[in-house]
Design a protein around this ligand. Structure first.
Ligand SMILES: NC(=O)N[C@@H](CC(=O)O)C(=O)O
Ligand SMILES: [Zn+2]
Ligand SMILES: [Zn+2]
Length: 429
């Protein structure tokens, strides 16, 4: 049976246009104004709504296996779909870490069987993420790794990073870096500066990120690897990426929604929901991130969806784990805070969450086109929505955006032409 998504404002070929989309056999068959639907078609009326390619998130944590009380592949991928994402890349900081091609292969199979969206899998750079023992890059690439990352931990030694980059370059995969020099973190729980001082909380120096960015850009130039920076957060890091790109070094980077809309001036008390790694930086850093997104220094937006239990995220920032959820709130938070306020255009936001995100690893996603998979998301830009923890299908309720009033709440998500159902919410309106 075919499906027709009618009367939506469709993000197609970089523009927003009133179009219909005809779907059959899981694929987009036609995109045009006023399509006459085959008689037996199901009709989804998207009148007044935004219709986009399924969003692409190259940075999520599913905690499965090992920490499934926080999230599973099933719940995390359902949360992704609930946020309008149809393609994600899952981080390897699970337990056990997929250190071997066998474990990675098994993880990829489980992503396919349990996933409600298309889940690509990262391999670690080094065994158990903290050792200096490199994984077998060729075997991991053959097993299907999308790229290599130790996300959650910085690679501390330049020599380890250099060897990892050489190996990744040989198998034509990217090194995806959580940039953090442990010797500059100093037990901090939020950004170092006047706000941390006022709250009497230990600060994380912003050079803990940018010093390693500087090192890695040098190493990327020397090895020729594709070097991708996770959740970039400081003005100094942005300045270095901008210069590296101008010099023709193959560097890309992502920014998380929370670093674009929150900064440390908004931390008014010891609040674990405001604790994430990297920390919310200064107002000036946040302005530099927005400028970097606008001028293309930042390639894409990725949520860093990092679910934790409510018990873990209660109490003090001194003891709570780093990380917040992001899949379900990303689009609405960014639309409300950056597009409705006319800081960036809707087209810019959508490019950074679809085609530009997919392009980083050449994923076949993020673009609506005839004969491509019918991975589609629908958002309501007009209706107000107050975010509630009860909205979340993720096991993680650790969001600093609860109670925020937003626009752009997701209405429907289609994966290969099938509308994803959200049983915990009793289906979506
Ligand atoms: N971002 C976070 O604060 N936490 C992430 C790890 C990471 O992305 O570095 C996690 O796995 O919880
Ligand atoms: Zn990280
Ligand atoms: Zn992460």
């Amino acid at each position: 049976m075919s499906l027709i998504i009618k009367n939506g404002t469709v993000y197609y070929q970089g523009k927003l246009t009133k179009l219909d989309i005809l779907v059959a056999d899981g694929k987009v068959k036609q995109i045009a104004p006023h399509i006459v639907a085959p008689a037996d078609s199901k009709v989804y009326d998207a009148n007044g709504q935004l219709v986009t390619p399924g969003l692409v998130d190259i940075h999520v944590h599913f905690r499965d296996p090992g920490l499934t009380y926080k999230e599973t592949i099933a719940t995390g991928s359902l949360a992704a779909a609930h946020g309008g994402f149809t393609t994600v890349c899952a981080m390897p900081n699970v337990d056990p870490v997929p250190n071997t091609p066998e474990l990675l292969h098994n993880q990829i199979k489980r992503n396919q069987t349990d996933g409600h969206v298309k889940v690509f899998q990262y391999a670690p750079i080094t065994k158990n993420l903290t050792s200096t023992d490199l994984v077998d890059a060729q075997a991991m690439a053959d097993a299907g790794a999308v790229a290599f990352t130790n996300d959650g931990k910085g690679v501390q030694e330049a020599g380890t990073m250099y060897d990892a980059m050489k190996a990744a370059k040989t198998v034509q995969k990217a090194i995806v870096a959580h940039v953090e020099d442990n010797s500059l973190v100093r037990g901090g729980v939020m950004n170092a500066g006047p706000i941390a001082d006022k709250l009497n909380l230990p600060g994380i120096l912003s050079v803990s990120e940018s010093a390693q960015v500087a090192r890695d850009i040098e190493l990327a130039q020397a090895t020729g690897v594709h070097y991708h920076i996770c959740h970039i957060s400081t003005a100094e890091s942005i300045r270095q990426v901008r210069a590296a790109k101008a010099a023709g070094i193959h560097v890309t980077c992502e920014v998380s929604p929370h670093h674009l809309v929150l900064d440390d001036t908004m931390i008014t008390k010891d609040d674990p929901m405001m604790k994430m790694n990297p920390p919310l930086r200064s107002f000036a850093d946040r302005q530099a991130l927005i400028a970097g997104l606008m001028d293309g220094t930042i390639d894409c937006i990725a949520t860093d969806h990092a679910p934790h239990s409510i018990e873990e995220k209660s109490g003090s920032m001194l003891t709570a784990p780093f990380g917040i959820t992001g899949s379900e709130t990303a689009f609405a938070i960014l639309y409300t805070n950056l597009v409705k306020t006319r800081i960036i255009s809707l087209e810019q936001l959508l490019a950074a969450m679809t085609a530009k995100a997919a392009a980083i690893f050449n994923l076949n996603a993020g673009v609506l086109a005839e004969n491509k998979a019918a991975d589609i998301a629908v958002f309501d830009l007009h209706q107000e929505h107050q975010i509630q923890t009860a909205d979340f299908v993720s096991k993680g309720k650790n969001s600093p955006f609860v109670n925020d009033v937003v626009y752009g709440w997701p209405k429907a998500t289609f994966v290969d032409g099938q509308q994803v159902q959200f049983p915990q919410l009793g289906g979506q309106a």
